[in-house]
Structure formats: structure tokens, C-alpha cells
Design a protein around this ligand. Structure first.
Ligand SMILES: *[C@@H]1O[C@H](CO)[C@@H](O)[C@H](O)[C@H]1NC(C)=O
Ligand SMILES: *[C@@H]1O[C@H](CO)[C@@H](O)[C@H](O)[C@H]1NC(C)=O
Ligand SMILES: *[C@@H]1O[C@H](CO)[C@@H](O)[C@H](O)[C@H]1NC(C)=O
Length: 318
């Protein structure tokens, strides 16, 4: 990924969730017996931690070895398999919501379980990738609400998942933002996040889960620094069911630092090829033993272990 090179922070802090996806069938066909307008809809905004294929198919997450564990080929997910969105969808017993990008190419009933507006590499503010920031993602959603693609009743049955990982901080540092400015920058980021949350709320969604933003210093590409960020407490907001959670103690038995897929040599990263198309990366033997898939993104196993921790908090959103 273009943006990986500059990322110097790593954020693994999230929330939500439930039962482990035990079979492919379960993954594709949710257990939620409701369908049509009454089906629970998962609406997803944010970055690569939750994107399930919004980037165009020429991009890195659509190339091998991404997707090798599940479903066995690239799907635009920034992992070897399932990402946070998929585990959360499984919690609610619905299929993972279809990417916004596909709204014209897949049949509308496939969107009865929601839609994914997240784009890898993006942030609350503009970052290094030319893709919709969170405000623009919400604009896309609002457009569909205006068109009645999502109805008032749909919104009533919706749960929103917001992911804000490290791209804003990476962009800030890359633009020569000084480290001592970070607390200030963090403050404006949280303010904008609050604006976003209130906006989604005002559109009629009542249940939201937000990744607790926290730049972490113990990722593979990160330096030994740490900063805590407090998300504004919106839980008192009228009618808004809001949940954030810090999941710090997630690594369990997985290899916490060594990514599974790495570039072979300087200038290469996971998925790189040279001018002749030759592979310029190496993949570890057992991705399920690595918490990180590449230098930024958790593996499916990594996400599963995060999920096991945040899962109890998800019941509040049911
Ligand atoms: C939707 O629900 C109805 C009634 O509960 C059921 O008969 C129908 O098969 C369901 N459709 C799908 C696509 O699951
Ligand atoms: C989001 O992106 C749009 C389009 O580039 C830009 O006009 C807007 O200022 C951005 N929003 C934020 C909060 O940075
Ligand atoms: C934070 O940034 C704003 C806008 O640049 C500035 O006005 C303010 O003084 C800064 N605050 C601190 C504590 O640096």
C-alpha cells in the first residue's frame, strides 16, 4: 500500500463483537432470521481496519497474497482474511455488508444487511490517499438516505461501526507535524470525530460502535512512543447508544510484533512485485500464528483475538 511507507503509528483499539465464524456458510449467510427492511443493517465508516473492498481492483489489497486465508483470493480486504467488519457482522448474525463501490454492480437486496463505506488509508481528515475521508463517506451515506435507498425504518434497524485507526496521525507526522503538536492535533481529530458521530445520529441511527482511537507504540512499524487519546464521552447524548472500548491486552499467544507478510528488500512491502511482475515479498508459513499480517494490519487471527476481547461489549448494541 502506498500509504504504508509513512505510517509510524499503529492503532489497535477497537470494540465490539461476538461468536466466532465457524464455517464459510455461516459467514455468507447470517443467522439473523429477519430480512428485507427489518434485517439488521451494519453501516461501516472508516479505514482499512474495516474496509471490505471499496478500493478499485487495481490496488494492493486486491492482489495476492491478500485474502489468502479467506476466502483464498484477494477481496480488497487489508488482511490475509476477515477483518473487523466481518467479525462484527457475524456477531449480529448477518452477512458482512457489501462495499459501497459495488452498489451499482450488485443487486439491491444484497444491501439489506447494510453497506460498507470505509476506504483503507483514509482518516477523519484527508490523509495521503486520494479516497473519501470520513466526512465524505458520510456524505455518500446521506446521499443514499436522500434517495431513499435507505429508509427511515432501515436506519432504525441499523448499527454503525466507525473505525479511526492511524492514518490521520501518519499524515500529520508526514506533513512535518511536530510531535509536540500531537496533543493539539488529537484534540481537533476528536472534535471532528464528534461532529461525524452527531451527524450520523441526526440522520436517524441510534446505535454506534466507535473504535477507541489510540496510537500505539508497539506495532511492528512503530517507535517506542505512546500517547493516550480520550474520546469525548457522548454516551449521555439523548437516544444515542454509544460504545467505545480500549482493547489493549489483545495479543494473547500470537506473535505480537513480527508481521507475517513482508517485502523482500528495501522499497518492497507485502504484495510488491518488481517491473517484471516477480514477487518481492515473503509470507510466513503459518499466518494464523501472527497477530499482524503486514506491517500495519492485523491478520485474521489478530482480528479474531481482538474480537474475542471486545465481544462482550457488543451485547449492548444488540
Ligand atoms: C425472508 O423472510 C420471509 C419470511 O420470514 C421468508 O419466507 C423468506 O424466505 C426470506 N427471504 C430470504 C431471502 O431469506
Ligand atoms: C474531507 O474531504 C473533502 C474533499 O476533499 C474536503 O473538502 C473536506 O474538508 C474534508 N473534511 C475534513 C474534515 O477534513
Ligand atoms: C492548537 O492549534 C490551534 C490551531 O492551529 C492553535 O490555535 C492553538 O493555539 C493550538 N493549541 C496549543 C495548545 O498548541
Amino acid at each position: 500500500m502506498e500509504n504504508q511507507r509513512h505510517t509510524s503509528f499503529l492503532f489497535v483499539s477497537l470494540f465490539l463483537y461476538l461468536s466466532t465464524v465457524s464455517s464459510e456458510k455461516e459467514w455468507l449467510v447470517g443467522k439473523d432470521q429477519r430480512n428485507g427492511s427489518e434485517a439488521l443493517k451494519l453501516l461501516v465508516f472508516g479505514d482499512s481496519y474495516v474496509d471490505t473492498g471499496n478500493w478499485e481492483k487495481s490496488s494492493g489489497s486486491w492482489h495476492s497474497p491478500y485474502g489468502m486465508t479467506f476466502p483464498g483470493k484477494p477481496t480488497g480486504r487489508f488482511s490475509d482474511g476477515r477483518v473487523l467488519t466481518d467479525f462484527i457482522a457475524s456477531f449480529f448474525g448477518v452477512p458482512s455488508p457489501q462495499p459501497y463501490m459495488w452498489r451499482k454492480s450488485v443487486k439491491k437486496p444484497l444491501f439489506q444487511y447494510g453497506m460498507n463505506f470505509a476506504y483503507g488509508g483514509t482518516g477523519v481528515f484527508n490523509t495521503m490517499v486520494n479516497q473519501p475521508n470520513m466526512t465524505s463517506q458520510i456524505d455518500l451515506f446521506q446521499g443514499l438516505v436522500k434517495e431513499n435507498f435507505f429508509t427511515k425504518q432501515d436506519l432504525e434497524f441499523s448499527v454503525v461501526l466507525l473505525s479511526v485507526a492511524g492514518n490521520d496521525y501518519a499524515a500529520h507526522v508526514f506533513r512535518d507535524g511536530k510531535e509536540q503538536d500531537l496533543p493539539n492535533f488529537t484534540g481537533s481529530l476528536m472534535n471532528q470525530l464528534e461532529v461525524n458521530i452527531r451527524r450520523i445520529h441526526s440522520l436517524g441511527v441510534r446505535k454506534m460502535a466507535v473504535t477507541a482511537v489510540e496510537p500505539m507504540a508497539d506495532g511492528p512499524e512503530a517507535a517506542a512512543r505512546e500517547r493516550r487519546i480520550k474520546i469525548p464521552d457522548l454516551r449521555s447524548s439523548h437516544g444515542l447508544h454509544f460504545r467505545t472500548e480500549d482493547t489493549r491486552k489483545h495479543c494473547s499467544s500470537l506473535n505480537p510484533l513480527k508481521p507475517c507478510c513482508v517485502g523482500s528488500g528495501k522499497g518492497y512491502s507485502c504484495g510488491s512485485t518488481d517491473e517484471k511482475g516477480a514477487k518481492k515479498y515473503e509470507v510466513c508459513k503459518n499466518p494464523e500464528l501472527s497477530f499482524f499480517w503486514d506491517t500495519i494490519h492485523p491478520s485474521q487471527s489478530g482480528w479474531e483475538s481482538v474480537y474475542s476481547i471486545i465481544r462482550p461489549s457488543l451485547y449492548e448494541l444488540y
